[in-house]
Design a protein around this ligand. Structure first.
Ligand code: BT5
Length: 265
């Protein structure tokens, strides 16, 4: 389990917008928290924070992201997108497409986007996205795009809470892979997808997002807070990144946040 060769990664990066500066740490609480501090101090678009391990890796809604040293990728990208605040969720959708495109050629199985922020393979979580936007009413100041991708994480070393629900590239292929090449691919695809979003809007990514979305037409349950549940058929996403669900009364509901759970029928 050797540490990431950051100089090697920097040398091989050919990204246009991302990776101008890479901040590397053997250990951080959370790369998102550190990147946010840098952004508040004026860090430029495209700067990336990478940690070998996180002691307080964060998921959504106060959940935890397991971040052991030396086996996975944990990074946060500072973005200053020219998007309206209402379109900030498009950053998560863009990152999900980039992640799916990064991992698809590395594994035999098809990666699936689980709205809004997961990449699943065989129903198990391979990667997660946590994007946190800081906005004023008219514009986005910055977005911290955090990504955790399980690369050489052994299922047997995962804590019991996630062991049944999580996977890694090596778990899927049966052999370890060098993390530098996965990191370079990921930054490359993020750079490309972010460029497309910036230049042409989310419509440029929509058909690829749709192709990776696993639950179109499926009956789903969306839990926001426990008392706020919608059940219906998932139709897709609107241009703001909201999930469109036709509920059991035939009403279309646009849902902006929550956890989606597939139902039997
Ligand atoms: C996410 O949250 O999926 C967002 C994860 C983002 C992590 C990155 S790492 C770099 C950056 N810095 C941070 O501090 N965070 C970001 P959510 O949808 O809430 O899913 C969290 C749930 O996923 C947990 O409650 C567990 O059930 C599961 N989980 C935790 N660690 C996992 C792992 N390593 N692999 C797969 N599943 C995991």
């Amino acid at each position: 389990m050797s540490p990431l060769d950051i100089d090697g990664i920097k040398r091989r990066l050919e990204a246009k917008r991302l990776g101008g500066k890479v901040h590397y740490f053997a250990e951080l609480g959370s790369t998102n928290v550190h990147a946010r501090m840098l952004a508040e101090q004026g860090a430029a678009e495209g700067e990336i924070v990478i940690a070998e391990a996180q002691t307080d890796g964060r998921g959504r809604l106060g959940r935890r992201w397991e971040s052991p040293a030396g086996v996975n990728l944990y990074l946060s990208v500072i973005l200053r997108p020219r998007l309206l605040p209402v379109h900030a969720p498009q950053i998560t959708l863009m990152a999900a497409v980039a992640l799916a495109e990064t991992v698809a050629p590395l594994i035999k199985q098809a990666p699936v986007i689980k709205w809004p922020n997961d990449i699943l393979v065989n129903g198990k979580k391979l990667a997660g996205v946590l994007s946190e936007a800081v906005c004023d009413p008219q514009r986005i100041d910055h977005v911290i795009l955090g990504i955790g991708l399980n690369v050489n994480y052994q299922v047997t070393s995962m804590p019991p809470e996630i062991r049944q629900w999580a996977t890694s590239v090596a778990d899927l292929t049966g052999s370890p892979i060098d993390r530098e090449s996965v990191m370079i691919r990921l930054i490359h695809y993020l750079d490309r997808c972010y460029g497309e979003l910036d230049e042409h809007g989310f419509e440029a990514l929509r058909s690829r997002w749709d192709a990776f979305f696993g639950l179109r037409g499926r009956r789903v349950r969306i839990e926001n807070r426990k008392e706020d549940v919608v059940i219906g058929r998932a139709l897709g996403i609107d241009r703001n990144g909201a999930l469109i669900v036709e509920d059991d009364f035939g009403r279309l509901q646009n849902i902006y946040a929550g956890d989606i759970i597939p139902l039997e029928s």
